[in-house]
Design a protein around this ligand. Structure first.
Ligand SMILES: [Zn+2]
Ligand SMILES: [Zn+2]
Ligand SMILES: [Zn+2]
Ligand SMILES: [Zn+2]
Length: 226
């Protein structure tokens, strides 16, 4: 897997890079975000509980997201979001629980505000065969009006971890699936992707910003749904 240096994320509101442990501080001073919040406060409607969720790939902490989620949003909304941005390969089953595999499965219709206490950590498992596990923690709750009609707003997303070409050490943009079958993170630069001899699983695939890349049939696109 890619080697993690100090993990940084990019704020989707202002575009600045933010340290993983500096998101709360950043949002307080992020002008476009504060503007969104102010505009939302002028809209009609009552206050809602709004959760800031820290989402992290289990065992791969360089993949992380900070989301604001409406408390009335349901687990299935979060499931859909995670599938779109990170996970979906072939429509596998998924579940939320407290405590991972040993925990009881939570119904997808449950609202975030009814299941998630600040500080508590949910586990999401996608695909019970070649599984991807994601940890979700409520790191903050505010009362206010949602900035979007969607249940989830992407605040900060990890900057794509750098991989080095296994041939020359230069920044890689491709991944060899045949190497991966042999448990080698076969990252390749443009030049060596062309020259790489393995083709049993097709041409090298582009590296994308997802902890599931190369697992089962996952090749991306790793884009947020909204
Ligand atoms: Zn910002
Ligand atoms: Zn699959
Ligand atoms: Zn190379
Ligand atoms: Zn290879």
């Amino acid at each position: 897997m890619p080697r993690g240096k100090q993990s940084k994320g990019q704020c989707t509101h202002c575009g600045l890079e933010v340290a993983k442990n500096g998101v709360a501080r950043h949002l307080k001073s992020c002008a476009p975000w504060q503007e969104l919040v102010r505009k939302a406060e002028n809209k009609k409607g009552g206050n809602e509980k709004l959760y800031r969720l820290r989402v992290q790939a289990a065992g791969l902490p360089e993949f992380w997201l900070d989301l604001e989620m409406r408390g009335r949003g349901a687990l299935k909304d979060l499931d859909r979001y995670l599938r779109a941005i990170w996970l979906e390969c072939c429509g596998h089953m998924s579940q939320f629980s407290f405590g991972g595999w040993r925990g009881d499965e939570l119904p997808m219709g449950r609202r975030i505000q009814d299941v998630l206490e600040p500080g508590a950590e949910l586990t999401h498992i996608y695909d019970f065969g070649t599984s991807s596990e994601t940890l979700i923690k409520a790191v903050d709750v505010r009362e206010g009006r949602p900035v979007s009609s969607h249940p989830i707003t992407l605040q900060v997303r990890n900057v794509m971890p750098e991989s080095e070409c296994i041939e020359c050490g230069q920044p890689a943009a491709w991944l060899c699936m045949e190497c991966l079958q042999e448990n080698i993170w076969g990252a390749l630069c443009d030049k060596h992707a062309k020259a790489h001899p393995h083709d049993e699983y097709g041409e090298p695939i582009p590296l994308v910003n997802s902890p599931r890349l190369g697992m089962c049939g996952y090749t991306g696109p790793a884009e947020p749904p909204y």
